[in-house]
Design a protein around this ligand. Structure first.
Ligand code: SF4
Length: 910
């Protein structure tokens, strides 16, 4: 350890540590004032307020340096508070104040302004300089639903510019002009609304004054409490600090010490919270009578439900009933829901939204490694040399991780491979973009592995020591028909070869995949190939490598972990295994069935065949988000009792017989598990809206009324129970979660696990299994008559069915779904930008507004499904992944023409 002196006292320092870091760490975090420094930004050295004096020997000559960006050296003497540096700091602030309004009492950040604090710290009582030219007349920018600016308050510290560059990687903010004219601009000197701002709010949080802020005034001090919790919108699992006053949420900021998001969020996490007390929130249980919903008491609705449940169970048997749990709910609530169906109803007919997104990931990774979860953490991006992103558009769907991936891809010397039909934002920065035809992932990945073998890049030692099945795998792979695969995928073989060499040659390579991998007829096989690629090149079991699925909904990992699957109970234990069955029976004090239950598509089919009498759906708008909408509707109509537990009257809720008003993540406690297996504490911020109940308590109430004694819902009590049955939760306790949670598996003593499969795989040896590419039935059956391929995607502004985000001002930023269409296809069909396009598939027709763009290739169309007015799933089909039954949203055979408006009108009339 090396030593330096601060105010003549010796301290040890770490290599590369700056003087400011050392002073803060060893002496006092507030001793040296700063203005341009921020916790999540690189040192900059612009304001010089952090200046200190430094000598190379005691009492030697001193030099004044900015401590924030000057590294400490052995034996240095650092003086933090000499008269000279105090004079300097005071003078700097005086100069800043000559061009800053002194309207503190009416300023939004009065009492929480860093300039105000520093001015007080350096002892400003007056400003010695006469009034001169200034920029106090700059007008405010109130153009945006969330972001605001008042650049008369700007002190040119560059923190907003750096946040936009270093945190979000958007480069919207920059400094224009020189000297006295230097000023912040957005885009090409536009307003926030006109610019390419993605509303992440990083600039607002970074700004030390109110020059850049947000409509919720998140830096003001109106709030009385702050609660740390976890975002509900995606599997990144960003931590949020939520400020409240009374029972009202005032604003949200991002904690800098959050290991997941380090002071960053996207616009959904930071700004899209106003749905929680929206006037359209469901606020009473309802029973549909004579075609209309009637509000009833909780007692009445519980009586109604339990009477029917008992009747169906006794009359038609437990398998006449099914439940769909919610990835928006906590682990504890998901655990309870599956427990209710297994232990109380005594059926395995329980499933969740993972069925329609990442079920192939869980299955494919389980088959290859033994565990269906991310092997590493996002933090490992700091330790990798190459990223491969396949079938994912993370800057829209997983924005905080997406920003990190983008930062990685933009840095010189980094290798990035994007495999995606669309030229996504990440693809624009990628070293290699393989723009394949939707439905040909297996073809391209087989070509990649062929080249890794033929170029002699296989990690032979890893393959021989840690895997099995390789000989057969290699033999099959060597026999693939490159000509055919090149032709069907549309990707030149040399491009594939270059990407394969880049991935296999990198010292450390990480892969990330999304729904563009899983939502295909060969989804599970594609996941297995991604895992094969990692094993083939030895990219498993250490930092900076691995297979890392980007999980969609906030708790989709957790819901599967908790047993929301018809074939595996809590902890991924096989329900057909007699030992497991005996364990569940003993633990639940019940007779849990040992045959596999219905997956969601099988539930709908059973309903259509008259076999399903009741379905209870929590927090999942299956009518809007599941494929083949009309079939889903027919299935719900054919089911005698449809219970929907929701926040809003969703498209699915309209078909319910009973509605139970649940609570949002802001109104309850529990845990969410993010895509890195990180179990984090969700803490109640406000009371549940009057008339609603936390979803876990509703399940408990019904369990008790069905005669099964279950204690009231509390996160600590539930975790205690879960830790006894889920092996990888053995050491998870509520009071151990702290601010950053624990990554499972967690040992009894609380030790968690950042990297899986370090010494051996969960299944012992990793398993190679070859699968050849097969054309999807959607194309073989319909491709001739419906020659275009529609693929669905997500937009940054909205979340899934949009029930929450459409009830926030996010709707002002994106007001409808739109169809991406290549200029050649648009011209061939006489479609102009903004025209409605009639999309017709074998299932039906919808009208969507065209956006002409070369982000898609000719023959490929792409759209979202956030808006019920469009209901894009009216045209998606019944083809599923052959193994996990995940629907094939990514390949829909369609034909197109300019719309006459008829079907758009039909949908709006519905
Ligand atoms: Fe929430 Fe995901 Fe955005 Fe983070 S990236 S704030 S978890 S939606």
């Amino acid at each position: 350890m090396k030593t330096a002196f601060i105010n003549d006292i010796p301290y040890t320092f770490e290599s590369g540590e700056t003087m400011l870091d050392l002073i803060r760490r060893q002496v006092d975090s507030g001793l040296v004032p700063t203005l341009c420094d921020a916790p999540n930004l690189d040192p900059f050295g612009a304001c010089r307020v952090c200046s200190v004096e430094v000598a190379l020997e005691k009492d030697g000559p001193v030099k004044t340096v900015a401590s924030c960006h000057t590294p400490v050296s052995e034996g240095q003497y650092i003086y933090t508070s000499t008269a000279s540096v105090q004079r300097l700091r005071k003078n700097i602030i005086e100069l800043v104040l000559t061009d800053h309004p002194l309207d503190c009492l009416t300023c939004e950040v009065n009492g929480n302004c860093e300039l105000q604090t520093v001015a007080a710290q350096v002892g400003i009582r007056d400003v010695r300089y006469p009034e001169g030219d200034h920029h106090l007349d700059r007008s405010k920018d109130l153009s945006h639903p969330y972001m605001t600016s008042d650049l008369s308050k700007c002190i040119n510290c560059y923190r907003c510019v750096r946040a936009c560059d270093e945190v979000q990687g958007e480069f919207v903010l920059s400094m224009a002009g020189r000297g006295f004219d230097a000023h912040i601009i957005k885009g090409l000197d536009q307003s926030f609304m006109e610019s390419d701002c993605v509303s992440c709010g990083a600039c607002s949080q970074a700004c030390p004054t109110s020059a850049i802020s947000d409509v919720f005034q998140s830096k003001s001090i109106q709030a009385t409490d702050t609660t740390r919790t976890v975002c509900t919108y995606c599997g990144v699992g960003c931590n949020l600090d939520i400020s409240t006053s009374g029972n009202e949420i005032m604003s949200i900021t991002a904690p800098y010490d959050a290991e997941v998001n380090q002071g960053h969020t996207c616009l959904k996490g930071r700004f899209a919270f106003k749905f929680y007390n929206h006037p359209e929130r469901l606020d009473a249980p309802m029973i549909k009578r004579n075609g209309s919903f009637e509000k009833v008491s909780w007692d009445e609705v519980y009586d109604f439900i339990t009477e029917k449940f008992k009747y169906y169970k006794e009359t038609f048997g437990p398998d006449s009933m099914a439940g769909i749990s919610s990835s928006r709910c906590t682990n504890e609530e998901n655990y309870l829901m599956q427990k209710f169906y297994r232990a109380v109803i005594q059926t395995n007919n329980i499933d969740g939204c993972a069925r329609v997104c990442h079920s192939p990931t869980a299955l494919g990774m389980q088959r290859t490694f033994g565990t269906g979860a991310a092997t590493n953490s996002i933090e490992d991006l700091k330790h990798t040399d190459c990223i491969m992103v396949i079938g994912a558009n993370p800057t829209d769907a997983h924005p905080v991780t997406g920003a990190k991936l983008k930062q990685f891809a933009m840095k010189s010397g980094h290798v990035s491979i994007v495999i995606d039909p669309r030229r996504t934002e990440l693809a624009r920065y990628a070293t290699h973009h393989l723009a394949l035809r939707p439905g040909t992932n297996v073809a391209v990945l087989n070509m990649m592995m062929y080249y890794i073998i033929s170029e002699g890049l296989v990690d032979a030692s890893f393959v021989s020591n840690r895997t099995e099945g390789y000989e057969d795998f290699e033999k099959e792979l060597k026999g693939i028909d490159l000509d055919k695969l090149e032709a069907v995928s549309g990707v030149p073989r040399e491009q594939v070869r270059a990407a394969a060499i880049a991935y296999a040659s990198a010292p450390n390579a990480m892969s990330f995949h999304g729904l563009g991998v899983t939502e295909h007829s060969q989804g599970t096989f594609t996941v297995m190939q991604i895992a094969d690629l990692a094993m083939l090149t030895g990219n498993i079991g250490r930092k900076g490598v691995g297979v890392n699925p980007l999980r969609g909904q906030n708790n989709v990992q957790g819901s599967a972990d908790m047993g929301v699957q018809p074939h595996q109970g809590a902890g991924y234990l096989d329900v057909t295994n007699p030992e497991v069955n005996a364990r569940y029976n003993a633990f639940y004090r019940s007779e849990v069935p040992s045959h596999i239950g219905y997956k969601i598509p099988e539930m709908f089919q059973a309903a259509l065949e008259g076999k399903l009498k009741s379905i209870w759906i929590i927090g999942e708008d299956v009518v809007q988000t599941d494929p083949n909408t009309q079939k889903v509707i027919r299935a719900l109509e054919a089911t005698e009792l449809v219970i929907v537990q929701e926040l809003f009257m969703t498209e699915t809720a309209k078909y319910a017989d009973v509605i139970l008003p649940g609570a949002s993540f802001l109104e309850k406690s529990g845990t969410f598990t993010n895509g890195e297996r990180r179990v984090q504490a969700v803490r109640q911020v406000v009371d549940p809206l009057a008339g609603t109940k936390p979803d876990g308590q509703i399940i408990v109430d019904i369990m008790n009324r069905m005669g099964y004694a279950q204690p009231d819902y509390t996160p600590d009590g539930m975790l205690e129970e879960i830790s006894q049955i889920v092996p990888f939760f053995a050491g998870i306790r509520w009071d151990r979660l702290g601010n950053n949670g624990l990554q499972w598996p967690v040992a009894e003593d609380g030790t968690d696990t950042q990297i899986l499969h370090q010494q051996e795989f969960k299944r012992g040896l990793g398993y190679f299994e070859f699968h050849d590419w097969e054309e999807t039935q959607e194309i073989t059956a319909h491709g001739e008559d419906y020659p275009y391929i529609l693929t669905t995607n997500r937009e940054l502004e909205h979340y899934n069915c949009g029930a929450m985000t459409r009830r926030t001002d996010n709707e002002k930023l994106l007001q409808s779904d739109y169809l991406m269409i290549h200029p050649e296809d648009a011209a061939a069909n006489r479609i102009e930008d903004g025209d409605f396009v009639c999309l017709e598939s074998p299932r039906g027709k919808v009208d969507v507004k065209a956006r002409i763009t070369d982000e898609v290739k000719p023959g490929v169309l792409s759209t979202t499904f956030h808006f019920p007015e469009i209901m894009i799933n009216n045209i998606t089909g019944d083809v599923h992944d052959s193994e996990a039954m995940c629907p094939e949203y990514k390949v829909v055979a369609v034909k197109i023409r300019k719309s006459k408006g008829k079907f758009k009108q039909l949908m709006q009339d519905k």
